[in-house]
Ligand binder design. Structure first.
Ligand SMILES: *Cc1c(COP(=O)(O)O)cnc(C)c1O
Length: 464
């Protein structure tokens, strides 16, 4: 398997190089040269596998022998040994036609752990193999930061710096990131919102001299390896629910911000998984909902919501999807992304929009509707949804047809977002790993929203 850029201006690279490059050196996003096809027969066999076995089968399609089988097996075992549930991502029935895919049994209680626990292993592997220093740099709306830090804290040869928007993440998210005391971790708390953080990260990665001089590595979902790791649970959940219901096709509803997770679902479908509708669930920051309905991609005003991990206007992974909508035409992508830079919007034509609408349904869950969903499901099923997962479930109610079976992704544990749960008048008991955070010392550096201030802090950190 080789990897190419959506903008067509880098040569083909292998798996480890794609992993280390993160953002394409031409500013595009890396994608597999060909999407591997999985036959119905193979899937029949896969349906019997454990989560970890399934991971190995799927990853092998993408690593094409660059990592020895034994090494890969060891890394996968280590990655998922930190999860609190033996199935890693168990499926749970909420109603006859609605299942929840619980993705929050990892160390930081959100779905980001599924990819980032593995990427932590992979960074160590690459650092050792190539005898190189690695400086991980990323932006977070809350969950990626905690998860990425957890994946590499204290690891030799690796430093990690995470930018988060000051005061715009939940208390638990902030504590998970900032109570880590290891010297290889730097938390920058930025005056601004997530889009500001993400823009600065993209600018730093686009500066190829800075990137190579400082050994920068990308942890955000611009890194294809995250997408790859997240395709696994779509397969796993499909197999469990198909066995139980006899359904041939199954919808997936995905609480969406950066379009990474739902793109993994799209990729699973392109690999051959019989996915019905991909339901894009979002909140008031509904740029992607508007795109699915109107074919126009144009950032609106940033809003703070009950589901802060989805408070994103410019979705990094959108370019990956656009590339497939435009039949893998890199030249068309270059021209659309140029337009976007100049005019602040992307418009696709009628036939492309029909393709988008054949694949996706979308619904933005606004304000009180999110809290009402949490309250209603607590009352009806005694299940406490977190505000992101609640958006997913509400979108199923809106978008799934009669008789269709849907799996809604539960992307975080409710304890991470007690601010919203309290507003529902619900009192929850925190898991011990979360309640003990409140007694720990915090370590973070406040910076203004200027790129130069971030660079100053980075240079200090790297030279330390
Ligand atoms: C990151 C995150 C999302 C959004 O996922 P994307 O891949 O950015 O679309 C949704 N819910 C939670 C809890 C998250 O942490």
């Amino acid at each position: 398997m080789k990897y190419i850029s959506t903008r067509g201006n880098i040569g083909e690279v292998g798996f480890i190089d794609a992993f280390m490059m993160g953002l394409g050196n031409d500013g595009g996003l890396l994608v597999p040269k060909e999407i591997p096809a999985v036959s119905a027969e193979t899937m029949k066999e896969w349906a019997q596998l454990s989560y970890q076995e399934l991971v190995l089968r799927i990853f092998s399609l993408y690593t094409s022998g660059e990592i020895a089988d034994e090494d890969l097996k060891e890394m996968v075992a280590a990655s998922y040994s930190t999860f609190r549930h033996p199935e890693v991502t168990p499926v749970r029935k909420l109603k006859d036609d609605l299942y929840l895919l619980e993705l929050f049994h990892g160390p930081t209680f959100a779905f980001k752990d599924i990819a980032l626990q593995f990427m932590g292993q992979l960074y160590s592997y690459a650092a050792t193999k190539q005898g190189k220093k690695i400086n991980i740099l990323g932006a977070t709306s809350g969950d990626t930061g905690a998860s990425a830090i957890e994946g590499v804290r204290g690891k030799d040869g690796i430093k990690i710096c995470i930018l988060h928007p000051n005061g715009k993440v939940s208390k638990v998210q902030e504590l998970q990131m900032t109570t880590v005391q290891e010297d290889n971790v730097l938390n920058l708390s930025v005056e601004g919102n997530f889009d500001d953080c993400q823009r600065m990260i993209k600018e730093l990665f686009a500066d190829l001299d800075f990137k190579s001089a400082n050994h920068l590595a990308a942890i955000n979902s611009i890194n294809f390896i995250r997408i790859m790791a997240q395709t696994v649970y779509y397969f796993y959940a499909y197999f469990q629910v198909a066995k139980e219901t006899g359904a041939k096709t199954i919808n997936f509803s995905v609480p969406t911000g950066n379009f990474g997770d739902i793109f993994a679902g799209y990729l699973a479908k392109r690999m051959g998984l019989p996915v019905g509708k991909l339901i894009l669930a979002t909140n008031e920051n509904n740029i992607l909902e508007r795109f699915v309905h109107e074919g126009i991609y144009m950032p609106g005003d940033f809003r703070s919501t009950y589901s802060p991990s989805m408070d994103i206007q410019v979705a990094s992974n959108f370019e990956r999807y656009l590339y497939y909508v435009l039949d893998e035409n890199a030249e068309a992508i270059r021209s659309l992304m140029d337009d976007f830079k100049k005019t602040g919007k992307i418009v696709i034509d009628e036939s492309a929009l029909r393709k988008v609408q054949a694949e996706f349904a979308a619904h933005g869950v606004q304000g009180q509707a999110c809290l009402d969903t949490i309250k209603q499901y607590k009352a009806d099923t005694d299940y406490l949804l977190d505000p992101h997962s609640a958006c997913g479930v509400a979108a199923v109610e809106k978008c799934a047809g009669a008789g269709e079976i849907s799996v809604s992704l539960a992307t975080a544990h409710p304890a991470k977002f007690n601010e919203a749960i309290e507003l529902c008048g619900i009192e929850q008991t925190f898991p011990e790993q979360i309640s003990e955070l409140f007694d720990k010392q915090q370590k973070q550096t406040l910076v203004d929203g200027e790129l130069s201030s971030v660079v100053n802090e980075l240079v200090k950190f790297y030279n330390d």
